[in-house]
Design a protein around this ligand. Structure first.
Ligand SMILES: [Fe+2]
Ligand SMILES: [Fe+2]
Length: 137
């Protein structure tokens, strides 16, 4: 099965954001493990609900930092977040009707999206935050 191991190369240098990214990847990994276990339906609803809430917490954290520092890329970055918010919401809603929707392929697609987003948009945002606030770990 696929395992999602956190890679230090994905760190952006903003500790709070890096910790949230690690937590999101851990949630994806726990979902993948649950799918491979015998009775995943006992654990998947709770894990999905947590993932959905945590995606919102994380995107809101980044958007608050972008607003507070007047990040010029805020509108584009938020639009990308909104698209992923909709995809995760749809996944959770469709799971109630069709449990097979939460498959390894879907989770790998979402986690690949997250890693790609971290290494592109989040990295650019983090450089701005560090310059603006002298943040960093
Ligand atoms: Fe992020
Ligand atoms: Fe982001």
């Amino acid at each position: 099965m696929t395992l999602l191991t956190w890679n230090p190369a994905w760190e952006t240098g903003v500790q709070q954001i890096d910790e949230q990214h690690r937590q999101l990847l851990t949630q994806f990994e726990e979902l993948l493990v649950a799918i491979h276990e015998n009775h995943p339906e006992e654990r998947i609803p709770g894990l999905l609900a947590f993932l959905s809430d945590y995606v919102e917490t994380h995107f809101s954290t980044e958007e608050e930092h972008m607003k507070a520092t007047r990040y010029p890329g805020l509108i584009g970055h938020k639009a990308i977040h909104d698209d992923m918010r909709a995809q995760v919401k749809q996944l959770v809603a469709r799971y109630l009707e069709d449990q097979s929707i939460v498959s390894e392929g879907v989770l790998v697609f979402l986690s690949d999206w997250l890693i790609g987003h971290i290494n592109d948009h989040d990295r650019r945002m983090a450089s701005h935050l560090i310059r603006f606030n002298s943040w960093g770990s």
